[in-house]
Design a protein around this ligand. Structure first.
Ligand code: PLP
Length: 383
């Protein structure tokens, strides 16, 4: 029996042990240690943002961004219908409601043309300067574009229309650390950019996240909110309802070591993506999702598209041969708690769900493993 090829596992072979040991040896284990600041600087610097505030995970980074930007109970936030669930949940934590938007079939990211059409047709700008949903009467305070599997959202249109309509962009760049859109890093377009360092992301701290922003006041507010809104160095004075959302020094230490490897990991991910693409190119039944012109993906996850009649059978076939693959996310508006929210002209996302499969993508993946995975895919279509 041949060994399994995992979908996505972390690679830890840099200075992780050394830096974590340093935390343990010195006793600086909580969020007040040096590595937290180093990690924040490293990530913000890499992304090209002024400030970084590390958080316990990517979901918290999204939540605290929304709170800091003033998303309130009763507001609406535009969220892709095809994404990992975290951004929709973060909206709900604020007491706000998601408005689900379709995806662009080429990137699987938010369809920005449809978003623009929705904003033009379905909203009005009121005298208070905000944009309101004509049907529900609710204020549309923000939009959360998600750079799906590392592919950048088409940000030009979105940035323009959101500036015009006073809608904040909170970027969910949790999957796209190091991806670029028109030479600019994802996570640096929005009012804030959020990243995750969960175990299956391109780099990991075990669990962790960060908010980056160029706005010093906002960064201060986020830092304050993530440390229980404590406002006196000595006394227990708290001036609003805060959160315990700060990353620990131990995790940050691991993050500093992982950041040292990021460029190498991205190069490997991109090289392996090319290899898959080339090996699959002769097979008419399979399309390998590639990046758009002017976009550079970190290729965090690899996605193939097949006929909908083949999707589930191919998944079963690959798993039976020890190749870990997964369907992409169920559309959020089909899940029980999100069934009753606005979902605007959802078409491409349905098609994407019924045709797309994620295939093994670990940084450690060998050429032989990629060849084997492709051979098994080809085998399915030959039989
Ligand atoms: C991973 C991920 C997050 C955040 O995940 P955490 O596990 O909370 O760090 C948010 N959004 C998307 C799209 C993700 O893939």
């Amino acid at each position: 029996m041949k060994s399994e090829i995992p979908l996505s596992v972390p690679v830890i072979r840099g200075n992780e042990w050394k830096y974590v040991k340093d935390c343990l040896d010195t006793g600086w284990v909580s969020y007040v240690g040096d590595y937290v600041g180093k990690f924040e600087k490293a990530v913000a610097g890499y992304v090209g943002a002024e400030y970084g505030v590390a958080t316990v995970n990517g979901t918290c980074a999204l939540h605290v961004s929304l709170v800091a930007c003033g998303v309130h109970s009763g507001d609406e936030v535009i969220v892709p219908v095809l994404t990992f669930i975290a951004p929709a949940n973060a909206v709900k934590y604020c007491g706000a409601e998601p408005v689900f938007m379709d995806c662009d079939p080429r990137t699987l990211c938010l369809d920005v043309e449809k978003t623009a059409n929705f904003i033009k047709d379905k909203t009005i700008r009121k005298r208070d300067g905000f944009t309101y949903d004509k049907d529900s009467g609710r204020r549309i305070k923000a939009v959360i574009p998600v750079h799906i599997f590392g592919h950048p959202t088409d940000m030009s249109v979105l940035v323009e229309i959101c500036a015009e309509k006073n809608i904040d962009i909170i970027e969910d760049a949790t999957e796209s650390l190091g991806s670029k859109y028109k030479r600019k890093q994802t996570g640096s377009f929005g009012k804030t950019g959020c990243f995750s360092f969960n175990g299956n992301k391109i780099i990991t701290t075990g669990g962790g996240g960060i908010v980056v922003t160029d706005d010093g006041k906002l960064a201060g507010k986020i830092r304050h909110l993530t440390t229980q809104a404590k406002s006196d160095p000595l006394e227990y004075v708290h001036d609003e309802v805060g959160y315990n959302y700060r990353l620990s020094n131990i995790q940050a230490a691991m993050g500093v070591a992982q950041m040292e490897k990021l460029d190498e990991y991205i190069a490997i991910k991109r090289r392996n993506a090319s290899l898959y693409k080339n090996l699959l190119s002769g097979l008419d039944e399979v399309e390998f999702l590639w990046e758009m012109p002017r976009a550079k993906s970190n290729f965090w996850f690899y996605t193939i598209r097949v006929h909908k009649d083949d999707k589930n059978l191919l998944i079963k076939h690959l798993i039976s041969k020890g190749i870990q693959v997964r369907p992409i996310w169920k559309l959020l508006n089909t899940l029980p708690m999100y069934r009753n929210y606005t979902a605007y002209k959802i078409e491409a996302a349905k098609e994407a769900y019924s045709t797309c499969i994620n295939i093994p993508c670990s940084v450690d993946l060998t050429e032989a493993q990629i060849e084997r995975a492709v051979k098994v895919i080809k085998g399915y279509f030959k039989s």
